[in-house]
Design a protein around this ligand. Structure first.
Ligand code: ZN
Length: 142
């Protein structure tokens, strides 16, 4: 398994527009916005060098982000780009790592992603994202 880079850091926010305004005041700019109905979130991606910040606003009280925000706000997950998400999952499964996703799900923009349980990553929700074939610039996802 090869970890290529930090793809993005996911930050849970109660209101996307207010969070975008706050980050614009910090000098960041929005590159893309996505609605991700399957995850019940709206997101904005702000580039930081080769990586991004992903601001996530829940669009429904049943969204995992809404449940997270009931307890705290701020950093929600770290996303690492990998060559092959199936191989990474198989490797982790063989090592007994607790997984949220046993098989990859499809995020916005068609990216293949999977989540590792925080119990397996020192309390951090870890997202694995598969590099797109023939595309060195990964697209944003939820
Ligand atoms: Zn993410």
């Amino acid at each position: 398994m090869k970890h290529l880079k930090i793809d993005h850091l996911g930050i849970a926010v109660p209101g996307l527009d207010a969070a975008v305004a706050a980050y614009e005041a910090l000098g960041f700019a929005v590159e893309a916005r996505h609605d991700v109905p399957t995850e019940k979130v709206r997101t904005a991606f702000l580039p930081v060098g080769e990586s991004h910040l992903e601001l996530l606003e829940p669009t429904d009280p049943s969204s995992p982000i809404a449940r997270f925000l009931e307890k705290r706000s701020g950093l929600h997950h770290v996303c690492v780009l990998v060559d092959d998400v199936d191989a990474a999952l198989a490797d982790m499964k063989a090592r007994g790592v607790p997984l949220v996703d046993e098989t990859p799900r499809v995020g916005a923009g068609g990216c293949r992603v999977a989540f590792v349980h925080p119990k397996g990553a020192a309390g951090v929700l870890l997202e694995l994202k598969e590099r797109e074939r023939g595309d060195e610039t990964p697209r944003a996802e939820g």
